[in-house]
Design a protein around this ligand. Structure first.
Ligand code: FPP
Length: 263
């Protein structure tokens, strides 16, 4: 049923929350981060090359971006390429580096229509020039869009991000612009690549793996985690709703107690 709902006109979108039994009081996560895993296994199960799995995974990105937009989610961060993924065969790395162009070429009209803003986090300078160019163009073209932020983690590694933040902070200290005693958690947060984004409310990892793989280690401190055996190319609107419903049942206490528990 969901397939018939998503991707319809803006007017029909209004009924999406109702159709999913979500009232306005139901908590929709503002920021969902996803470790998209299982493309290779999806392809292997079909005796296809691994890159066929990545291609199918790209189609899932489109589907889930539409769904997130329809639900009014503010930020969708997708782990598309980690700093460790360079260890893969060159042919696979080349294919993955070409995916942003394939994706943006076909999806850009809808991105503009939906008012989606494309962003990326990661060490952009190490990406092939053509990948940098398409990402830069998409970010520039969508920079004034005020809807869903579609944030790709490309050549992203959380430890590298933290190291870079520490170095930047130390430079400011050495210049006398920052006092060591004034450094607190918010200082670190402000020097990360996500400084302009809220922290993720919900982290999803597909394919049955239960680890963080160097993804947003600082930012996920109070995030709710949801794991599924579903391989990323098979992930769809129903699976996303399953994750959101699970999130809504969680009791987020941020280390404290809720009113009824204090006694
Ligand atoms: C991990 O699965 C997946 C990746 C390293 C790549 C993820 C990329 C996409 C889903 C497409 C991104 C789209 C855009 C537009 C940038 P895996 O290959 O490790 O799977 P396996 O564990 O089954 O081998």
């Amino acid at each position: 049923m969901l397939k018939n709902i998503f991707g319809k006109s803006k007017k029909e979108k209004k009924s999406l929350k109702e159709q999913q039994n979500l009232s306005n009081n139901d908590l929709i996560p503002s920021h969902i981060a996803i470790i998209m895993d299982g493309n290779g296994r999806w392809a292997k199960k079909r005796a296809l090359p691994r890159v066929a799995g990545h291609h199918e995974g790209m189609k899932t990105v489109r589907k889930i971006a539409r769904c997130a937009d329809d639900l009014g989610i503010k930020v969708l961060t997708l782990y598309a390429f980690s700093t460790e993924n360079w260890k893969r065969p060159k042919s696979e790395v080349d294919y993955l580096m070409g995916l942003p162009e394939k994706f943006l070429k076909s999806f850009m009209p809808e991105i503009m229509e939906r008012n989606i803003r494309v962003q990326m986090m990661g060490e952009k300078g190490a990406l092939p020039t053509s990948t940098q160019t398409v990402l830069n163009e998409a970010m520039e073209r969508t920079k004034n869009n005020s809807g869903l932020i579609l944030n790709f983690a490309m050549n992203y590694g959380s430890r590298a991000e933290i190291v870079r933040a520490m170095k930047d902070i130390m430079v400011e200290v050495s210049k006398g612009n920052l006092n060591v005693d004034s450094i607190d958690e918010s200082t670190i947060t402000n020097y990360l690549m996500t400084s302009q984004l809220p922290e993720p409310d919900l982290l999803i990892r597909t394919s049955g793996e239960v680890r963080l793989s160097n993804f947003m280690l600082w930012q996920l401190a109070y995030t709710e985690f949801w794991f599924t055996d579903t391989l990323w190319p098979d992930f769809n609107e129903e699976t996303l709703m399953e994750a959101i419903h699970a999130f809504q049942k969680r009791n987020r206490r941020y280390g404290g107690l809720k009113g009824e528990e204090i006694n």
